[in-house]
Design a protein around this ligand. Structure first.
Ligand SMILES: [Zn+2]
Length: 107
């Protein structure tokens, strides 16, 4: 069931469109049962579609993101990259390992 990041990434956009369309259509179907005017039903369905689509796409993007953290104890510095190329990934990995000011957690 659990897919590697590289295999999950191509499904981010089409998966988000399908989920958004299903949820938006269901919302519109429920509104028609209450005899809401067609224009309002269409607007609400599209708004739900856009919101769910964006949320699902962002969730998948975050699941596929590459994160580099500073290894100093207590330092909270981290970099999250979405779909980096190998050169960019390596550059940020080095930057996270050797950044000049550590942001230590305060208690
Ligand atoms: Zn640090």
């Amino acid at each position: 069931m659990f897919l590697p990041k590289e295999k999950l990434r191509p499904f981010a956009f089409p998966g988000a469109v399908v989920v958004g369309a299903v949820v938006g259509a269901e919302q519109a179907r429920q509104l028609t049962a209450y005899r809401v005017p067609t224009v309002l039903t269409l607007i609400c369905g599209l708004a739900v579609f856009a919101t769910v689509h964006t949320a699902v796409r962002d969730l998948i993007e975050q699941l596929c993101a590459q994160t580099h953290r500073c290894r100093v104890d207590g330092c909270r510095f981290r970099v999250r990259l979405i779909n980096p190329d190998p050169v960019e990934n390596r550059r940020w990995q080095e930057a996270a390992a050797a950044h000049p000011t550590h942001t230590l957690a305060r208690h």
